[in-house]
Design a protein around this ligand. Structure first.
Ligand code: BTN
Length: 321
């Protein structure tokens, strides 16, 4: 599409591009260039236009693009492929389609906007353009299906460390896989898996991060926040994405080499927001309270119940009181 070509040209130029040069390069009229620029502005890009100089993209550090991802991932060797999409239904669905088409991965899809973003428990996941990181990884791990949930913990570690490194915010993990800042959720993870008999065919690791969201509806203000709200200024998304996959690659290598979560347990516990806090476990067989004291090597939450018995919690929602 012309607007994508023009965006790429403006990004590459990093300076003014004359309207005439764009017309000649893409063999289109001035009006077509002008219309494409107007569409880019509608998508949230700030494009300055000056007589005799042309068009220039502003605030480029806040933009996501194929070019910014190419630069961020040039020196790594974990991801085999990465794809930026201006808009898609859901990056988790992108991964499933790529897997069905034979993509071997690890492949990352990053979208500016999702029209059908999904959260856990079938919930909607609001994914407007410009304000977040919506991305999914296609992975084909050599793991037994019952161990796949550990990958969600590995992801929570990587997202938390990535956010900490790129922003300096004290992000923490709310077991099992929410990332919080000062107790409020900034990121969620949706892991899905396709199995064939007793082996994993592929895993989809979907990550949603509220980066530059300026405000939340009143009913969720007490539980949701964004990196921009917490640090009082907008954050550039590409360095956060790069930091997350750098940490993920390192943790995943360790997990694969040792075949166990043991080597990562200590780091996870250090980052655990619920640790030594009173938690309420919403067990399907009945709610109870206790103190979260850590996790097991299988990634279960260890809860010391009020009656002094120790329970390893596998599923069920845990809420910090
Ligand atoms: C949660 O409910 O906490 C998990 C939210 C996961 C959202 C991400 S955004 C990228 C990927 N695509 C989706 O449709 N969902 C995940």
């Amino acid at each position: 599409m012309l607007k994508d070509d023009i965006l790429k040209a403006l990004l590459e130029a990093g300076d003014y591009c004359s309207g005439q040069a764009l017309c000649e390069r893409f063999h289109v009229t001035r009006t077509a260039v002008w219309k494409a620029v107007a569409r880019l502005r509608d998508e949230g890009y700030t494009i300055e236009a000056r007589q005799n100089r042309g068009y220039r993209l502003q605030n480029t550090e806040y933009l996501l693009s194929q070019a910014s991802l190419d630069e961020a991932f040039a020196a790594q060797n974990f991801l085999k492929r990465w794809v930026f999409l201006q808009q898609t239904d859901s990056t988790n669905l992108e991964v499933k389609r790529a897997a069905a088409a034979g993509d071997w991965g690890p492949t990352l899809f990053v979208a500016e906007e999702q029209t059908a973003g999904r959260g856990r428990r079938g919930r909607n996941w609001s994914s407007p353009p410009g304000s977040g990181i919506w991305m999914s990884l296609l992975l084909r791990p050599k793991l037994r299906p019952e161990r796949a949930s550990v990958l969600t913990l590995v992801t929570a570690l990587a997202v938390t460390d990535g956010i900490r490194e790129a922003t300096g915010l004290e992000a923490a993990i709310k077991w099992p896989n929410d990332v919080v800042v000062k107790g409020k959720k900034v990121a969620g993870i949706l892991t899905e898996m396709s199995t064939d008999m007793d082996r994993i065919e592929f895993v989809v690791i979907g990550i949603g991060i509220n980066v530059n969201t300026e405000s939340f509806p009143e009913e969720i203000q007490s539980v949701a926040t964004s990196l921009a709200i917490e640090q009082g200024k907008r954050a550039a998304r590409t360095p956060i994405i790069a930091a997350i996959w750098k940490h993920f690659a390192a943790y995943e290598r360790l997990f694969e080499a040792t075949g166990s979560f043991a080597a990562l347990k200590e780091r996870y516990e250090t980052l655990l927001a619920n640790r030594n806090r009173e938690v309420r476990v919403l067990d399907p067989d009945g709610e109870y309270t206790g103190t979260a004291i850590g996790i097991t090597e299988e990634g279960e939450l260890l809860v010391l119940r009020d009656d002094q018995s120790l329970t390893a919690v596998r599923s069920g929602e845990v809420s910090v009181r």
